[in-house]
Design a protein around this ligand. Structure first.
Ligand code: ADP
Length: 269
């Protein structure tokens, strides 16, 4: 159901102070949504007001990753998003997800123009208030949503998530070079599912090693400016468990390396 569409997108207003990051990946299953949720948690723990637009149409998972049970409410012609408070600090995360607007057991079979309008409505009709940071969880790849997002939020900075595996790096490179067409900046790469530490203290590189570095080197050449490797998050059971339980590892197990790397990335940004 659509609301009246006369409102402006506050995030493109010249006076907007919100940093906008689009979290992208070349393919699914590399941890893009987990990274979005954990970065949001790290920003919120630093006291920031954070918004997430879960635009991963076919795999929306942000509400579950943040343990959200309630949906948005309506006030006049605005949509009020549910809020997750950070357990420490006084920040919070306001979440809106495509998943909140479709029946739980229905696949989303929307075409490009519908997706574009849904995204546009999220930007104009959701009452986020003054946000310090807005994170967009994009669907994997270089499809309609990534292009719509670039049109609606031209100054959004792209954060690319990839595993160290070479097949993942190749597709992430393609997603990254889409930014040449949309004239957006790739602010950095997050390597996820890097070597995990086993109980005996040894490490195992399930998805290989060095992919993140290869990706930033080749992207730097393709884009003509240096792209930093912001951090390398190990495979960690606590991260997966935190996601399943609805509490990001940054909050559920802050002592882990995975949590520390997310916090460090949020500080760099
Ligand atoms: P994407 O958004 O790229 O599809 P998800 O964030 O949904 O990926 O992650 C895919 C699966 O892998 C999830 O079950 C998640 O819990 C798990 N996962 C992601 N990153 C890690 C990690 N560093 N260690 C352990 N499990 C992970």
């Amino acid at each position: 159901q659509r609301l009246g569409h006369t409102k402006a997108n506050p995030f493109i207003a010249p006076e907007s102070l919100t940093r906008v990051f689009a979290v992208a990946s070349g393919k699914g299953g590399v941890g893009k949504s987990s990274a979005t949720a954990n970065l949001a948690a790290a920003f919120a723990s630093a006291g920031l007001s954070v918004g997430i637009i879960d635009a991963d149409v076919h795999g929306f998972s942000i509400p579950g990753l943040l343990g959200l049970v309630e949906g948005p409410t309506r006030m006049d012609d605005m949509i009020i998003p549910p809020v997750v408070e950070a357990p420490t600090g006084n920040g919070h995360i306001k979440v809106i997800s495509i998943g909140m607007f479709v029946a739980a057991d229905q696949p989303v079979a929307w075409r490009g123009p519908m997706l574009h309008r849904a995204l546009e409505q999220f930007l104009t009709d959701v009452h986020f208030g003054a946000l310090d940071v807005l994170l967009l969880d994009l669907p994997p790849g270089t499809g309609d949503v990534a292009i719509s997002m670039a049109q609606l939020l031209p100054h959004a900075e792209i954060l690319l998530v990839s595993t160290p595996q070479h097949a993942a790096v190749d597709v992430a490179q393609r997603a990254g070079t889409l930014s040449l067409q949309t004239q957006q900046k790739v602010t950095g790469v997050i390597e996820n599912m890097a070597a995990m530490t086993l109980p005996d203290g040894s490490t195992m590189a399930l998805f290989g090693e060095g992919g993140g570095q290869i990706l930033v080197d080749s992207l730097g050449k393709a884009l003509g400016y240096p792209v930093p490797l912001l951090g390398s998050i190990p495979l960690d059971m606590a991260l997966r468990e935190g996601g399943d339980a609805g509490t990001p590892v940054v909050w559920s197990a802050p002592e882990t390396k995975a949590a520390a790397v997310f916090t460090d990335i949020a500080t760099q940004l």
